[in-house]
Design a protein around this ligand. Structure first.
Ligand code: NI
Ligand code: MN
Length: 226
């Protein structure tokens, strides 16, 4: 499976299906491409915050991609004219050729509209099985059930936020890598703005101390094979 970091928490996974996760391009200072250039079969969204929901509605309307997400967010997306599979923690849901499981994340979730911010149920992490297993942690702090996620789904790759402030920082994310025992980890959700400025090398150094996971530091637009 080819995995491309598009900047912030946005990834494109090309396995049995083309899967976008948290496609935030418009307004993203680190985006390596624009929303109108992306194509996908499935879009997974971890929560309603603008830096994750991002361009989901535009891309899904244009491409006909199915959006997989938590039930209440799915209901809202359907009202926006987007085909969605809204389900819940536990799952899994099979969308096209891919098995998608929603797992816990400790974080808030809301959708912003002019003059209004409304709750969008809970934020989640996502385990995608599309030939290889990828765990996208979404926005979260570290929590001990990451060990359960690791032993149940045995991710080949974990995508972990390291920016701090809104999510795990490098030390917490290194603990997450230790709990998950995934073979490879990629840091995300850092250096987009000042409050989440971090050195990914520091994350790599801490992971090396704590676990056998290989840290792959990508630049926005770069790809790796899993
Ligand atoms: Ni968030
Ligand atoms: Mn975020």
């Amino acid at each position: 499976m080819k995995v491309t970091w598009l900047g912030h928490s946005a990834f494109l996974l090309e396995g049995k299906d083309r899967i976008l996760i948290d496609p935030y391009l418009t307004g993203n200072p680190t985006a390596c491409t624009s929303a109108d250039k992306l194509d996908a079969d499935i879009i997974c969204v971890t929560h309603g915050h603008g830096d994750h929901l991002g361009d989901t509605v535009d891309i899904a309307r244009r491409t006909g991609a199915t959006v997989a997400c938590i039930l209440e967010l799915g209901i809202w997306l359907e009202k926006c004219g987007v085909k969605s599979v809204g389900f819940n923690l536990g799952g899994p849901a099979t969308v096209r050729n891919t098995k998608i499981t929603l797992v816990p994340a400790f974080h808030s979730s809301s959708i912003g509209a002019p003059g209004l911010e409304f709750s969008a149920a809970m934020a989640v992490g996502i385990v995608v099985d599309s030939g290889k297993v990828v765990y996208h942690a979404g926005d979260t702090c570290v929590f001990s059930d990451m060990e359960l996620i690791g032993s149940m789904y045995r991710p080949d790759l974990a995508l972990l936020p390291i920016g701090g402030f809104f999510t795990m920082d490098p030390a917490q994310a290194a603990m997450a890598a230790k709990l998950l025992k995934s073979k490879k980890v990629v840091p995300m959700h850092y250096n987009t703005w000042d409050p989440i400025k971090q050195d990914p090398k520091e994350f790599e150094r801490l992971v090396k101390k704590e676990s056998k996971a290989k840290v792959v530091i990508l630049k926005p637009g770069e790809s790796m094979e899993v």
